[in-house]
Design a protein around this ligand. Sequence first.
Ligand code: SPQ
Length: 428
Amino acid sequence: MNRISRTEGLHGSLRVPGDKSISHRSVIFASLAEGVSKISGFLDGEDCLRTVEVFRNMGVQIDRTGTTLTIHGKGLKGLKEPEVPLYFGNSGTTARLMSGVLAGLPFFTTTYGDESLSRRPMDRVVAPLREMGASIYGREGAKKLPISFDQSPLRGITYELPVKSAQVKSAVLLGGLFAEGKTTVIEQGRTRNHTETLLPQFGVELTEEDLKVSIDGGQVLTAADVDVPGDISSAAFFLVAAAITRNSDVTIEHVGLNETRNGIVQALDQMGADISYTITDYIGEEPVGDVKVRSSTLEGQTFEGDIISNVIDEIPILALAATQAKGRTIIKDAKELKVKETDRIQAVCDNLNALGASITPTEDGMIIDGGTPLHGAEVSSAGDHRIGMMEAIASLITEGDVSIQQPEAINISYPSFFSDLDQLLVKK
Ligand code: SPQ
């Protein structure tokens, strides 16, 4: 249990750990590539380490020194049948993206996850992969983990995504690498595009047109070095912390500012936050820069439509910002939050209301009446890293201490969260 007290403000500069989405993809692509790739700035959180372990179990040598990985890729045809079931832990990204890979491999694999991941939907990737010819078996007709994959040739398809999901898009494109012919994915709206930005660095050609991405099967991946930028989803906790606390002035450096991921910067700006950013570099096609935030007076807003996919993982912390804004904030079109590590609509409402907020859950989001002072209480991460970090930031503004049950969930995406937070806290 972690107990945190109100702060006098946050000051200084910080680099947050590597982007989770890019770290997963770097390991997957480098393992499937021919040759040796070096990944620096890798996120050594539990989720990304699951992806590493999955490939080690299929014969890929992956050496890790801190946040640098050296991956001796095996090519699309060089992986070996694992002797053990593959464990995805809490990681939805590992489960969904690896399904695309495992469906295309010429051997049997069986996979499982922790309690939370075993509740999350897998039919969204299983359905298109089966349409491509994959042999997939599992619980509830393979709607849920555990799931097994057997050898079966894949053929390219054109698939219109029924949900806005980068994981499903990526799973189908990865299946497409192993398939005969062309695979095309058509999105309903833009989702994070790291698969599309990173695959070309490994020599894969993709064609993109509006919301359509196509890949030709059988392309060879060649080793590449990747420098992973800081994770904007991790930075978001400090951006909101600085905006809602007095006497704060924080800069998050060298963070990924991909336009499919920078929704939290847009959302805070829309709420009137004192926020600005500069792009300082490009890593491949990924823009990287510094984001500066100062204590702000926020105004409630309505967030709906296209911005939602761009800010989906930041909605818990955005909701906290909204509790301190003037007026009402409405979040709509965010039904996907119900199938994350927890039902994040319910978890945000239950935990922030326990601290004195006024939030009403809706079918696809929440309504937050702002300007509520928060007080201490005992809350829980409920095993969800983003809920745990949101609670830790909330505790910086509560009258009275907040106790957080299951704080260890934060290690999923941000093992150094509490020491990084401590670096920014102004000491009395
Ligand atoms: O990996 P996991 O557990 O699904 O992680 C989350 C998160 O909060 O870190 C979601 F719970 O991020 C997803 C994100 O919501 C990571 C991701 C990706 O790397 O492709 C895409 C999003 O999920 P989805 O279902 O919208 O594709």
